[in-house]
Design a binder for this molecule. Structure first.
Ligand SMILES: *[C@@H]1O[C@H](CO)[C@@H](O)[C@H](O)[C@H]1NC(C)=O
Ligand SMILES: *[C@@H]1O[C@H](CO)[C@@H](O)[C@H](O)[C@H]1NC(C)=O
Ligand SMILES: *[C@@H]1O[C@H](CO)[C@@H](O)[C@H](O)[C@H]1NC(C)=O
Ligand SMILES: *[C@@H]1O[C@H](CO)[C@@H](O)[C@H](O)[C@H]1NC(C)=O
Ligand SMILES: *[C@@H]1O[C@H](CO)[C@@H](O)[C@H](O)[C@H]1NC(C)=O
Ligand SMILES: *[C@@H]1O[C@H](CO)[C@@H](O)[C@H](O)[C@H]1NC(C)=O
Ligand SMILES: *[C@@H]1O[C@H](CO)[C@@H](O)[C@H](O)[C@H]1NC(C)=O
Ligand SMILES: CC(=O)N[C@H]1CO[C@H](CO)[C@@H](O)[C@@H]1O
Length: 907
């Protein structure tokens, strides 16, 4: 239904009285349709881009048959936007401000005629004809910010049955789809979804990011200037740093803030409601450029992180049909390297799949009900992940219960395209699109679904019914965040809820809690009597460098130099050298600063020029000439501490061996409070208690283990991967981390029985409603330990509990595996705290030859900490019990010819 345009109307306050009802509202939430004509002028032509947002807080609508500059300006002005723009003939953009996009010649906006009147011009391909609207209608504002209206409160969508709240949501969505043509449906299977302009369904960009705070992404808009509403969001440390805190509560608190802040942005149309976070692939290979985005090399640790994070983001576990935002666990499955990531195939052993690659995703889906899952670029068992019925249907949906009507799978950006191109799995792009859709991919970040699904449907490679199912999942997903009807619980979140004092405190706490002390001969905490401090190195004055990748605009970033200057009267700063510097030009200034100081602090490591999305490291050594500078500084014989930044571990052998390097602190990417956190730890205002979540391998590891080999278990000369299996000697082990104090540990009472009958472990099984509790999540025991601070410094203590066995289940046996952890907070000298270490039945299980997680009879050892501060033993007796069966591979039939990817790279 189209609105008729009335006579031209005035601007400003004259607008309201002139609004007249044309259609009459059939629904109390449906505003009266109005007679409105925009008074607008064409201002200029601007270059747009796929990632660009020229009109600030921007809304897109596609009018396939009706678009003209006037039509678009009417649409925008009626919705209260002062700016409009037409592009590519059918697209209309609306926004609040003109911001970005190079101004180009008018000719570039004359290449498309308008779909509503071919005698008029409607922009170009990625060239926007910009329209200034002089008489936008007044809109609801909160503190001057325009609030997003639920779609069913806006005309004309509110007049359609999709907005009839008396109907079940399934019927409403079915009604919406019944009103869409095949082309319109296909145009909504991509991240930059067109919507359906004629129905009043606006476009929506599904690509939003929030890994450690709202981040830059095509769907996200940070306003400018800095300081204005929605111009920044809290920037928490990278996942590798927060993971190192071994503090589950902290992860949940961070997720609460990220969920709240991002939803506040979404409420004001600054971003979408769904976010492609978290990255829960395990940090398997130390070279991985994106390992920094993940908390750990350990699967159990990553599961625990995921279980805290998802409920915080989405708004708890109780009402999955009412979410704060939609989180997305990515990248399913087997993705741990950037090298050849678009085309690589990994044939993991079934044991590694069951024990290592699956568990974080299993927890994310089965245990904490994530809304969406992203399939990966890579292939497994010859099949690209986004075309894998084994993973997307049999494992994810059937075995893990990802079957609520709002659960959907999104393909990583370009992954659908690469099924045909880089993987060469199909012969044509339409076939590639079809195998992805058929396997269970619902949304394509890219263009392949949008361009080729028409061909796929026409040729019967796939069906419109499957297309409808995908769209039903997507729109039902958006319904969970109030997209259609609004949502009282979260709709009031606003700019006031962003960058609160609590959020700042949490950013600080998570930064220092995640830092790990790797060496200390007593220099730290530094004594107060150092008068002149030399702060040297490529991170000494770092700001956004401390955020790592997937970052957004932070409210502020405290540099180490700022924090140092706030604490010491005399701070000499010298850059020294770049992260990958080969030039010694600035060494002498650094050495001069050092000569006149009585405390030297070097801050370096790696950053996103070294480790990054699409960029793995080739070497684990410190890059460039940083260690040459540190060596020269150390030769001065003055107290020298090194602070190491970056996500991946570097081989620190040289620093650990150098007696004049008296302390080494790993800081990861601590983000906005990084400077305060580092300096406060050095000064002893906070005591380090973080632990390494990745093994620090010697540099030679890269020669022993091919990046393409996913196997964890050692085999012949192959030393294996992760602390659990690696047979070599690490420079520093997983779980390593020193303290400023000393602790004594003891069990509270008798920790364990001598032996347990395996059958009896399952007596506690309960059902929650219809879903039985998964056996692997049942509790085994809780071991209470007393942690006593026997030193002189108040400190946290991270207790890591490992299990090991040498006869339970099949050989080879792991070195040990993490089964529980907990962090005690602020234990004062002479005081004690009780720390409860819960062990679940899943933590006892090992994979059998089929990949079935099994609790085996045999002898087990419990040890707290790498140093085995506390140990206990127990025996399991009776028959082995399978607690989680690995999904079996089926025989998969494809509607089109496919070629399995054998991967030349696997060695
Ligand atoms: C809203 O509009 C729909 C479609 O016209 C109508 O069927 C429904 O009864 C209305 N709901 C309310 C609460 O008025
Ligand atoms: C990986 O598994 C697939 C499917 O079984 C097979 O076609 C392929 O040859 C395997 N690749 C290697 C290198 O073993
Ligand atoms: C794709 O696979 C087919 C079938 O195995 C093969 O004939 C063709 O050469 C491959 N194309 C490329 C570009 O590798
Ligand atoms: C499918 O759509 C694309 C782009 O919209 C168009 O170029 C192509 O001709 C269409 N193919 C078929 C078979 O309709
Ligand atoms: C697709 O299937 C329909 C229904 O079976 C059939 O009529 C049509 O000819 C098929 N199209 C092609 C291209 O095979
Ligand atoms: C933004 O402005 C505030 C206040 O002027 C300032 O403290 C902060 O450093 C600025 N942030 C950035 C990232 O520039
Ligand atoms: C080293 O850096 C300085 C300052 O940027 C520059 O002038 C000089 O040319 C560089 N030298 C080399 C060898 O690159
Ligand atoms: C003035 C201007 O920006 N012209 C551009 C118009 O678009 C063509 C094709 O993209 C460019 O080559 C011109 O530079």
């Amino acid at each position: 239904m189209r609105l008729s345009s009335g006579a031209g109307i005035g601007i400003g306050f004259a607008v309201l009285p002139l609004i007249t009802s044309v259609l009459g509202a059939s629904n109390s939430t449906c505003p009266p349709a109005i007679s409105y004509t925009a008074d607008f002028e064409y201002t200029e032509c601007r270059q747009d881009s796929y990632y660009g947002r020229i009109l600030g807080r921007e809304r897109k609508a596609v009018f396939r048959d009706t678009n003209t500059p006037q039509y678009c300006a009417d649409y925008c002005g009626r919705s209260g936007y002062p700016w409009g723009g037409v592009e590519a003939g059918t697209q209309c953009f609306c926004g609040g401000e003109l911001d970005g996009g190079a101004v180009t010649g008018n000719a570039n906006c004359s290449t498309y005629t308008c779909s509503g009147d071919a005698s008029q011009e409607c922009g170009g391909q990625y060239f926007m004809k910009v329209l200034k609207i002089n008489n936008p209608l007044p809109v609801e504002k909160v503190d001057g910010d325009v609030k997003r209206q639920p779609l069913c409160h806006t005309s004309p969508l509110c007049q359609h049955a999709v907005c009839d709240t008396s109907l079940p949501i399934a019927d409403r969505i079915a009604s919406l789809l019944s009103e869409m043509t095949l082309d319109e449906k296909i145009a909504n299977t991509v991240n930059a979804a067109d919507g359906v302009g004629r129905l009043g369904l606006p476009g929506y960009d599904w690509w939003n990011e929030a890994l450690h705070g709202l981040a830059q992404a095509p769907g996200v808009k940070f306003n400018s200037p800095n300081g204005s509403a929605f111009s920044y969001a809290t920037s928490f440390p990278m996942a590798i740093t927060t993971g190192s805190a071994f503090d589950d509560l902290l992860i949940g608190q961070i997720a609460d803030v990220i969920g709240r802040e991002t939803r506040a942005f979404a409420n004001f149309e600054q971003c979408g409601y769904d976010f492609w976070t978290p990255n829960i692939n395990t940090f398997l290979d130390p070279r991985w450029g994106r390992g920094q985005e993940t908390p750990s090399e350990d699967a159990f640790h990553t599961q625990q992180y995921t279980k805290q994070l998802i409920p915080g983001l989405q708004g708890g576990l109780d009402h999955p049909e009412e979410k704060q935002i939609i989180a997305t666990c990515k990248h399913f499955n087997l993705y741990y390297a950037e090298t050849n990531r678009y085309g690589e195939n990994y044939n993991a052993t079934v044991q590694d799949l069951a024990e290592y690659f699956n568990p974080p995703f299993k927890s994310c889906v089965r245990d904490v009900a994530v809304g969406s899952v992203m399939c990966a670029y890579t292939a497994t068992y010859g099949v690209p992940s986004c075309a894998s019925e084994y993973f997307l249907q049999d494992t994810l949906r059937e075995d893990w219960g990802f079957e609520d009507p709002y659960n959907y799978v999104v393909a990583d950006c370009g992954a659908v395209e690469y099924i045909h191109t880089i993987h060469n799995f199909t012969d044509t792009p339409a076939e590639g699109a079809a195998v992805a859709l058929n396997a269970g991919t619902d949304l394509d970040c890219g263009f392949t679904f949008g361009t080729y699904l028409n061909e796929s449907v026409i040729n019967n490679y796939t069906t419109e019914a499957r297309l409808n199912q995908a769209l039903t999942r997507l729109y039902t997903g958006l319904h969970t965040v109030g997209y259609f009807d609004g949502q009282n619980q979260y709709a009031n979140l606003s700019w006031e809820d962003v960058d609160t004092q609590d959020a700042r405190n949490l950013a600080y706490k998570s930064a220092w809690e995640g830092m790990v002390l790797l060496k200390n001969d007593g220099l730290l905490p530094v004594a107060a009597d150092h008068k002149k401090v030399a702060l040297i190195g490529p991170y000494a004055n770092a700001s956004s460098q401390m955020q790592g990748i997937y970052a957004g605009q932070a409210p502020y970033i405290i540099t180490p130099l700022q924090a140092a200057e706030a604490n010491w009267d005399n701070v000499q700063y010298a850059f020294g050298t770049g992260v990958n510097g080969s030039n010694t030009t600035f060494f002498s200034a650094a050495l001069d600063a050092a000569r006149s100081a009585d405390l030297l602090i070097y801050m370096g490591g790696i950053d996103s020029t070294i480790e990054q999305e699409t960029q793995d490291r080739k070497s684990l050594l410190w890059p460039g000439n940083q260690l040459d500078l540190v060596q020269q500084l150390s030769e001065l014989g003055k107290p020298l501490a090194v602070v190491q930044f970056g996500g991946g571990q570097l081989d620190d052998s040289a620093l650990l061996a150098n007696k004049n390097v008296r302390a080494l602190l790993w800081a990861g990417y601590p983000s906005q409070e990084g400077g305060n956190a580092v300096i406060d730890i050095l000064l002893g205002r906070q005591a380090p208690a973080g632990r390494l979540t990745t093994t620090q391998y010697a540099a030679n590891y890269v020669n022993e283990v091919s990046i393409f080999n996913p196997d964890l278990r050692p085999n012949g000369s192959y030393p294996g991967r992760t602390y659990k299996w690696f047979t070599g000697k690490p420079v520093l082990p997983f779980g390593f981390g020193l303290s400023y104090t000393t602790f004594d540990l003891s069990w509270c009472g008798k920790p364990l029985k001598h032996s347990y009958n395996i059958r009896s472990l399952f007596n506690k099984r309960q059902s929650h409603g219809q879903k039985p509790t998964p056996l692997d999540t049942l509790p085994f025991v809780t071991l209470s330990t007393t942690v006593k601070n026997t030193g002189k410094h108040t400190s946290d203590f991270s207790a890591l509990l490992f299990l090991s066995t040498s006869n339970a289940g099949p050989s080879p046996y792991p070195n040990k595996w993490l089964a529980s952890y907990a962090r005690a907070h602020g234990v004062a000298p002479g005081k004690s705290q009780t720390v409860n270490l819960d062990i679940s039945i899943g933590s006892l299980a090992r994979a059998d030859g089929n990949g079935d997680l099994t609790v085996y009879p045999g002898k087990y050892k419990v040890a707290v900490d790498n140093d085995e501060l506390l140990t206990a033993e127990f025996e399991l007796v009776g028959d082995a019990v399978i607690v989680d069966r690995l999904t079996r591979q089926g025989v998969y039939e494809y509607t089109v010819p496919v070629h399995y990817n054998a991967s030349a790279n696997l060695v």
